[in-house]
Design a protein around this ligand. Structure first.
Ligand code: TYD
Length: 210
C-alpha cells in the first residue's frame, strides 16, 4: 500500500479532533494528498452504528455489545474508505482507531486489552496505523474543557464518571509503553497553536523519513 495511515488518539477534551482538522489543511498546503476521517463513523453505515453506540439513552448497552459495534463500524469504515484511500497513495488522518477500543472497552470497561484486540483483529486483519499521535492531557483538565464548551454535543461516554476517564488515561499510558515505535506523545495541555505545530512537524518528519 502506498499511502500512510496516521491515527489521532486521546481522552475527552484533548483537542485532537480540532487539531486533526487544522493539521489536514496545513499538510495539504505542503502539497500532500490528505484525507481526514473519524471513528466511529466516517461513512454512512458506520455513522449509523455510531448513533446507536453513542446515544445517551442507550444506558442498557452491554460492554461487549459496545466493543462489537465499534469493531463492526471500524471494519466498514476501513474497507469502504480507509483502504481505498491508502491504495490511492493518500495520507489518511483518522480521529481514533483501534487504540480507542483497547483503552475504552479493553481497559476502562474491563473487557481486557488482549481480548478486545483479538475481536478487532477480525475487523482490521493486521492493518495497524503507521503512526499514532497521542494527545496527552490529564482527564480532569480535558473534562473541564468539555464542560466549558457549550456547543459540544454530549455522548453516552461523556457521561461516564471521572474514574472511567482516569482508567482510559491509564490505558493509553500502557499502550504508549507497549507500542513505543508507533505512538508519539504530544503534550495537549498547551496553547492550540503549539499542539498543532507539534502534530504537523511530527507527521512531516515521519513522512520525510520514509
Ligand atoms: P466523539 O464525540 O468523537 O468524541 P471525541 O471528540 O472524544 O473523540 O465520540 C467518540 C466516543 O466514542 C468517545 O467517547 C470515545 C468512544 N470510543 C470508544 O469508546 N471506543 C472506540 O473504539 C472508539 C473509536 C471511540
Amino acid at each position: 500500500m502506498d499511502g500512510y495511515f496516521i491515527t489521532f488518539e486521546g481522552g475527552e477534551g484533548s483537542g485532537k479532533s480540532s487539531i486533526l482538522k487544522s493539521a489536514k489543511t496545513k499538510l495539504a498546503d505542503l502539497g500532500l494528498d490528505v484525507l481526514a476521517t473519524r471513528e466511529p463513523g466516517g461513512i454512512e453505515i458506520a455513522e449509523k452504528i455510531r448513533d446507536i453506540i453513542l446515544d445517551p439513552d442507550h444506558t442498557a448497552m452491554d460492554a461487549r455489545t459496545e466493543a462489537l459495534l465499534l469493531a463492526a463500524a471500524r471494519r466498514q469504515h476501513l474497507t469502504e474508505k480507509v483502504l481505498p484511500a491508502l491504495e490511492d497513495g493518500k495520507i489518511v488522518l483518522c480521529d481514533r482507531f483501534v487504540d480507542s477500543s483497547l483503552a475504552y472497552q479493553g481497559f476502562a470497561r474491563g473487557l481486557g486489552i488482549d481480548e478486545v484486540f483479538s475481536v478487532n483483529q477480525f475487523a482490521i486483519q493486521d492493518l495497524m496505523p503507521d503512526m499514532t499521535l497521542f494527545f496527552d492531557i490529564a482527564p480532569k483538565k480535558g473534562l473541564a474543557r468539555i464542560a466549558a464548551n457549550e456547543n459540544r454535543e454530549r455522548n453516552r461516554l461523556d457521561f461516564e464518571n471521572i474514574r472511567f476517564h482516569e482508567k482510559v488515561y491509564e490505558a493509553y499510558q500502557v499502550l504508549v509503553s507497549k507500542f513505543p515505535d508507533r505512538i508519539q506523545v504530544i503534550n495537549a495541555d498547551q496553547p492550540f497553536a503549539q499542539v498543532e505545530s507539534e502534530a504537523v512537524s511530527y507527521i512531516d518528519a515521519y513522512l520525510k523519513n520514509k
